[in-house]
Design a protein. Structure first.
Lengths: 330, 330
DNA sequence: TTGTAAGCGTTATCAC
DNA sequence: GTGATAACGCTTACAA
């Protein structure tokens, strides 16, 4: 693999001049510049990024941490981020944490070792106190996930409002027995706490009391959705509608409901979350809360780039709007 | 950011000894080793990967090139690859080519600049003659995609057999008017040529002549599928079944067909490809050709690891089996 | 078992 | 405009 010294030999100029050509410095004589360019071309020379990084340059690489890339929400998010990055000359490192604290730490180390100039985190496994120290090595932008600190830029959705919107829609459709499936836990401080509050608030406003039997926690997949339906069937008092935290759970639920000859939405109304392509294709079409994935991805990357170019930019929080997409499952 | 010299200062031993501790060399005295370990701990020291790479060490990083990460087939493939990599101490760089030749070349350069020790390509945009030279910088494994050369390891599926299987299934169900949707072109040498041949062969065997009007090329998305149905409706002579190259196209097709009050499979039978989670959820369930994604991903990474540890291993081709998953759309 | 020193490929500093 | 030279952080002969 050709290196700068090879270019020096072939072109007959000094290392510094070659470096200047590589980096597009303004004041170089035309002849030398061409000499160098020709030599580089001839040798198929590519600057060694490890060396540049070591030398303390920008790595022109950013990392995106996602919990699971097979989740369409995250693959679309990564896609949006990557596009903006590429347009700006950045490589995007996609890092899958698998919701593993250790793995997340390994990825945070990319910052320390200058393999990435900045990081976008779309999920957080470790406590913020653990993550915070890494910001001294490079900017971190939170996207989708958030923490209650002012020092970090956050691109988020108002999950409270999203859940509130969905539950309210069900209430307006006449439902009063509304079950709630969440990917997190139903606690005041844990994961998805905002959505929980949105659910509670919507019910409260309508004067409906929460039935704890109808709170189903830690549900993520299509299979989970199928199991949830079984649980519902076994209930003495059944809900007439279910709010779910993901289209996948909703899809599994709908699938199993149809198997058991329930009519949707008459016997059971279902509402999903994310508005994945899947939602439209189900029969009946799934009412869902659309997250503007492209926009939050784009914004996150833009904020990160701004921070990279201008480290003193004050951290901001952006909040993007949800949209309720009503189809025939409610 | 603490470096090796900081550790040297704090521990009081030499740089080489510190390095030996980092790399788990066998013969170090217990005391010194502990001294070093303690210092590293105290400083929060992480070896600088760029420096290690520059020094010519393994980067313990491999790259996977995919055309589009939002395509579930590829996100699941990446997931499988990444898991095996992680178990073996490798970081996985996910590279999205967006079917762009330039971008693919940029990723191939990772090998040149030692940012990645090896590469798995799940799609090929440039000609093999362009890609081949990069193999001198590190092993490349082809996964899913293939070329007709003996010098590169290939993990592939017999696409010919997959398509043949699906079309034959339709014929056995009594269909003789079978349309064909492909993501590629219907040419002898281009993309998806093997599937094309499988389709042709199955028809031939049944003594059915191909109707060129029913060959629909370059179809990829759900929206494409919807458009295809419109085309079918406008045909003077309509096919009774459609073989598609992807579950997404099939899903779009089914969606539009139902909108137009066609009964599936009676008015139109549909068969998909990939057996994505979606296939089960559609109504009626989509008959599909399952690709053993986990297996090919796992195998690809295993082959790459073998090649990394043992560069002289002769390149092999693995061919994994498809499986026809029959549901109610046929 | 440990330490010294050279070198990996760049770029920044300084001198000319 | 151009060229020496040192430095980035690490590993590995070689020497002790």
């Amino acid at each position: 693999m050709a290196n700068i010294s090879d270019v020096v030999r072939l072109s007959g100029v000094s290392k510094s001049t070659v470096s200047r050509v590589i980096n597009n410095y303004p004041h170089i004589s035309k002849e030398k510049k061409e000499l160098v360019l020709k030599a580089m071309e001839e040798l198929g020379y590519t600057p060694n990024l490890s060396a540049r990084r070591l030398r303390g340059q920008l790595s022109t690489t950013i990392g995106v941490i996602v919990p699971r890339i097979v989740n369409p929400f995250f693959s679309y998010l990564v896609d949006a981020i990557e596009k903006v990055g590429y347009q700006n000359g950045y490589q995007t490192l996609i890092c899958q944490s698998n919701e593993d604290k250790e793995k997340e730490l390994a990825f945070l180390n990319l910052l320390k070792t200058k393999q990435a100039d900045g990081l976008i985190m779309t999920s957080i496994e470790n406590d913020w106190e653990v993550i915070e120290p890494f910001t001294q090595f490079g900017p971190i932008v939170l996207c989708n996930e958030y923490v209650n600190v002012k020092s970090v830029p956050i691109i988020r959705l108002d999950q409270y409002k999203g859940a509130y919107m969905g539950v309210k829609h069900l209430i307006e459709k006449g439902h009063r027995k509304i079950a709630y499936c969440t990917g997190g836990l139903f606690t005041e401080f844990g994961k998805d706490k905002d959505r929980n509050q949105g659910y509670q608030r919507a019910l409260e406003e309508a004067g409906i009391k929460i039935n704890p039997n109808w709170i189903l926690v830690n549900q993520h997949t299509i299979e989970d959705g199928k199991r949830v339906l079984k649980l519902i069937l076994e209930m003495k008092e059944r809900p007439t509608a279910v709010f779910t935290g993901s289209d996948e759970v909703a899809a599994g639920l709908m699938f199993a409901a149809k198997r058991h000859n329930l009519t949707i939405p008459d016997d059971l109304a279902i509402i999903g979350f994310d508005d994945q392509p899947l939602a439209e294709l189900l029969d009946p079409g799934l009412t869902s809360i659309r997250q503007p994935i492209d926009q939050i991805g784009k914004k996150a990357m833009e904020v990160l780039l701004e921070l990279l170019n201008n480290p003193d930019t004050a951290p901001v929080t952006y909040e993007l709007p949800f949209e309720l997409v009503v189809r025939h499952s409610t």
